[in-house]
Design a protein around this ligand. Structure first.
Ligand code: 7RM
Length: 633
């Protein structure tokens, strides 16, 4: 089994070893898994092309390591506990044996529908066990899953289906989220009608059983097929560098890109990081509240925990339903030992009831985690005191869709914690801070651009269908470094504090949203000439979206116009990208080369109108007064 660090000395030794002899270090980890054939080369890498390959020549199937491998010792242990949207509904449990059987049945369905190794399958699913079953079923037969968060619009879904040329879509009829019941099959139908020619079949899981439109040429009910299949399915033999999944994420330019992860390295790293960051022990109950539509759900609800033979909980609902005590009620009910959530949820719950957690027995908690965005000091202390209560340290875990797993984090009970600091790199991770010229900042008490100078096993391999985009986005800014897009500080003891994105990406409630994407959506409104979108500090969401919109003609009914802008963004991306503030302007500040001067717009959105700096170089400096006067509180 994967090695687990138990003391500060062991961490320091593992870290040193991983830097001096990375290949030996990761080979030792990889040895603990089941391979059909061993690798011939531990690592090949070049950060210029980029071309990174781990465990080449190795043959494996990740589901054998998630499931089959545990059957002998843990067949009857719970693999997944599912907690429904409604608190009064009974939870569901799957043992490792049952989960393997369900995965095989679903895998056989996919095969019967003509799905083959390498085919892409799009998911648009609620948080139900079937999403895990179907993702693993893809991995079982070598199909590539591309999960799309079910809050995205039909347009956004269609873009992703087309980009990956998905052969099948797996969805549910409805999606219960708190008090809402969203007809997701309708969204899938609408997306497919937008020219998704690659889609041959839609596999539909019945949740609430409401009305759906049915096209018997392509639609298949899950219960009419999966339930009739054999529960035996031979795992496909995969090369370590075969694709495991695609996950779309926003960048600073253009449409979201499909981040590609491969089988071998992702398996080794997610298991290793899971066991160490959460110090998982046999018998523990682990709960990550993320949605599988995000990387956190992939790596730390599904793959990491199952690879480690853990009991992982899936929650269908939302934090505030039926009330702000739901998370703590679920922790108490299932005696959760490790709890992992996002700062935005922490802030929302803190605002909804400062003393709420006190009503619940949280004594089983041993570790509490945070992920997705910087956690502010107040939220950190509240989480520490009201939830951690001196027996569960906070792990503030920094990582990205592209990194596949957690890279910088405290180790609970092993390294100390400091408010707002993600602290130290895990073994195998070599972060550096660069100045704007790409020079490494030596020593401590420095601030710069966060890069990584050596590959770890779960680094992204490419962006789907466009390797050049992967190169320019992550490897071209600074030669021989992976550039994260984040700024960070290193304190006097070498701990890292992540400050936030330095590019045009806004982090709204832990969701990455590219300003360019929102601008493209707003510009689709026929009354809009152009727009500029920036982030600003928001009490609950971390960052809010501030849009400056220039209309063709003077706007008579501003409220009506704003509602139309919100509608067009909801249509093209989804409600999560709706601007919080829309300022209607007659001009945007432009440089002499015609670029929008975002620095000024950011300062105005942040309410720092006295810190605009030099505006005299603008092509249209006279617009500044209008922008300031119209700034929204
Ligand atoms: C896991 C995930 C990645 C971006 C990243 C950061 C921000 C994530 C933290 C954080 C401060 C953290 N993947 N971020 N974790 N910032 N502290 N602990 O979130 O691809 O969706 O987002 O999120 O800016 O670059 S992601």
């Amino acid at each position: 089994m994967t090695l687990q660090i138990k003391s500060l000395e062991q961490y320091q030794e593992a870290y040193k070893n991983s830097v001096e002899n990375p290949e030996g270090f990761w080979a030792e980890q990889a040895e603990t898994f089941t391979w059909f054939e061993k690798w011939h080369t531990v690592l090949h890498h070049d950060f210029v092309t980029p071309d990174v390959r781990w465990f080449e020549g190795g043959k494996l199937n990740i589901t054998v390591n998630c499931l089959d491998r545990h059957i002998a010792t843990k067949g009857d242990q719970t693999a997944i506990i599912w907690e429904a949207n409604e608190a009064f509904e009974p939870s569901k449990r799957y043992t490792y044996k049952q989960l393997l059987a369900e995965v095989n049945k679903c895998a056989n369905t996919l095969k019967a529908q003509g799905v083959k190794k390498g085919d892409r399958i799009c998911f648009y699913m609620p948080m139900i066990p079937e999403v895990a079953i179907a993702m693993l079923a893809c991995a079982r037969i070598g199909a590539i899953h591309s999960v799309v968060f079910a809050g995205f619009s039909a347009n956004a879904l269609a873009d992703r289906i087309k980009d990956a040329e998905c052969k099948m879509v797996i969805c549910s009829d409805y999606n219960r989220r708190g008090p809402k019941n969203i007809p997701v099959k309708d969204v899938v139908d609408e997306a497919i009608s937008m020219g998704c020619a690659s889609v041959e079949k839609v596999l539909v899981y019945k949740t609430t059983g409401g009305k759906v439109n049915w096209n018997s040429n392509i639609d298949i009910w899950w219960h009419e097929t999966v339930d009739t299949m054999s529960d035996q399915c031979e795992p496909e033999v995969m090369d370590a560098e075969d694709m495991l999944f695609i996950l779309y994420t926003s960048g600073s330019t253009g449409k979201p890109k499909g981040v590609v992860h491969t089988c071998g390295g992702y398996m080794v790293y997610t298991c290793y990081s899971f066991k160490n960051v959460f110090q998982y022990q046999d018998g523990d109950i682990y709960w990550c509240t993320a949605d599988v539509g995000w990387i956190t759900g992939h790596s730390y609800i599904l793959y990491g925990p199952l690879l480690a033979g853990a009991t992982t909980m899936m929650f269908e609902g939302v934090p505030g339903h039926p009330d702000a005590g739901r998370f703590w009620h679920v922790c108490e009910k299932h005696r959760v030992n490790q709890f992992y959530t996002a700062p935005t949820a922490i802030r929302a719950l803190m605002a909804a009831g400062w003393h709420e957690p006190e009503k619940y027995d949280l004594s089983y908690l041993k570790v509490i985690g945070s992920v997705g965005e910087p956690i502010n000091e107040e939220a950190w202390h509240w989480y520490d005191e009201k939830v951690g209560r001196g027996h569960a340290p906070i792990v503030d875990t920094w990582w990205q869709t592209e990194t596949g797993g957690i890279l910088i984090t405290p180790l609970p009970g092993i390294t100390d914690t400091k408010p707002c600091f993600a602290s130290y790199p895990l073994p195998g991770v070599q972060p550096v801070l660069l100045d704007a010229n790409g020079v490494e900042l030596e020593g401590n008490n420095v601030e710069g651009l966060l890069c990584v100078k050596f590959p770890w096993p779960s680094i992204l391999r490419t962006t789907y269908g466009d390797h050049e985009r992967c190169r320019t986005n992550y490897f071209a800014a600074f030669k021989n470094y992976y550039f994260t897009g984040d700024g960070a500080k290193r304190d006097e003891d070498g701990r890292y504090r992540i400050i936030g994105r330095v590019d045009d990406v806004i982090n709204v409630s832990g969701h990455r949203i590219g300003t360019a994407e929102v601008e493209d959506a707003i510009d689709q409104h026929s009354g809009v000439v152009e727009s500029a979108v920036v982030g600003y500090p928001h009490d609950i969401k971390g960052q809010g979206i501030y849009a400056y919109v220039k209309p063709h003609h003077e706007v008579v009914d501003a409220e009506h116009f704003r509602r139309e802008i919100l509608a067009v963004v909801t249509k093209h991306i989804g409600p999560i990208a709706k601007p919080d503030k829309i300022q209607i302007v007659t001009q945007l500040p432009k440089t002499r080369s015609g670029k929008i001067m975002r620095r000024i717009l950011r300062k105005i959105a942040e309410g720092q109108t006295d810190q605009l700096g030099d505006t005299s170089t603008l092509l249209n400096p006279e617009c500044v007064e209008e922008l300031k006067a119209g700034a929204l509180e």
